[in-house]
Design a protein around this ligand. Sequence first.
Ligand code: ADP
Ligand code: MG
Length: 460
Amino acid sequence: MENKELWQSVLGDIELQISRPNFLTWLKNSQLLEKNEREGVVLVGLPNNFAKEWVKSRYHKLILGSLRNIDGSIKNVDYAVLSQGSAHAVIVQGKKARPQEPVAAEEPQPPLIELKIDPRTNLNPRYTFSTFVVGSSNELAYAASQAVVKDVGKKYNPLFVYGGVGLGKTHLIQAIGNEISKEYKNSVATLYVSSEKFINDVVWAVRNKRMEDVKKKYRDIDVLIIDDIQFIGGKTATEQEFFYTFNTLYENNKQIIISSDRPPTAIPTLEERLRSRFEGGMIVDVEYPDYETRLAILKTKLQEKGSLVDDHILEQVATRVQKNVRELEGVLNKIIFYQQYKNEKIDTKKLEEIIGEAVQVTPKNITANDIIKAVADFFEVSPSDMLNRGRKQEVVQPRQIAMFLMRDILKLSYPHIGERLGKRDHTTAIHACEKINKECSQDHGLNQKILLIKERLFKM
Ligand code: ADP
Ligand code: MG
């Protein structure tokens, strides 16, 4: 069976098993990119990282089950992000995979500059210091990054960069790598990896008894850049391997550069010894850019793309899109697309429409009901089952998670939380919150689910 047909059957199957809105939101734009016949692994592409994480954590079993029903030779499923803008190229762990057919995107996207990732370093040449706009939100991180280039392995080691989504962490840490490659040529071996890639390597090595290969790969380099380290926490074998790699490199004065969406202290699953290593280096954050920085970023991106957009439009965009540089860029891409490829004039109404499509609404006032609904949606249980006193097994954990989130996000009192979820006693609420809190630090999967629900909530 062709990949496309196979995926169509899987989707048809899944559509019957999950709610319509969830299906449309998460799976409608998915694709089967590759089927590795030899290993029995299927690669599924999702439009963005968020959808990827969500589908992986929420629907993996369903997808695998359905695939196997149709094709018994399939053993596992991997997930990848369909690369932004380009319907053809998909970046999978630094390699390119080719989907069979272009993504059925809602609308064509402007072509992006073809990415040529250096196979040796895994760095994307697009991310340089010269294209990174510096403002008060990121000047410390920028200065520390530059200092690392001057004094590789000596001054700020490890360098730990943290901050919210889309604020330039990946750009900055890759810029360090690119600058080092430029300055020191081949005399300094640099390697950039996502923590996902690192995890995959370790898991593969454990499975295939090839740990020596992995050790060699990671310990023979001079500059190790590892992105989104928060995902490593809680995976024992991986964390241990990372710890040894870290120590070996560190003791040999090799440079380590790490990014994360939060500071080391806030990664609950991270082993203490690793956390204290991180804290021994330089920790810098990137914050939301201010208006001037946002405008400068827009102008820089415009120049990179070689396009023209009126200043007053750029100003409006900079005013309206505040929380995420990736979204800023997304809006700009759409504007260029409408102007250049559709010859449309961008007036205020059109601009609002574009912004509305591209930007997540800034967190509104989240209510207890929103939390209940988001949790119920995630676990596909009925909110009313969560709210009543019944003891249905499938709502026990969702109910506890809802209690935990009400405490965590809304700071509601325990009696109030108990009351809301089935008129329960405040001790039940305390117990639920403590239990989830504790389990979160031990169970990476649970932690991930809660993060996804939270992200969803903030985007609702
Ligand atoms: P993060 O890794 O923090 O989620 P990225 O580094 O992927 O964010 O940044 C998202 C997009 O925004 C990238 O295209 C990046 O080039 C751009 N970007 C973020 N910050 C800046 C900046 N200060 N100057 C220029 N581009 C930026
Ligand atoms: Mg990143």
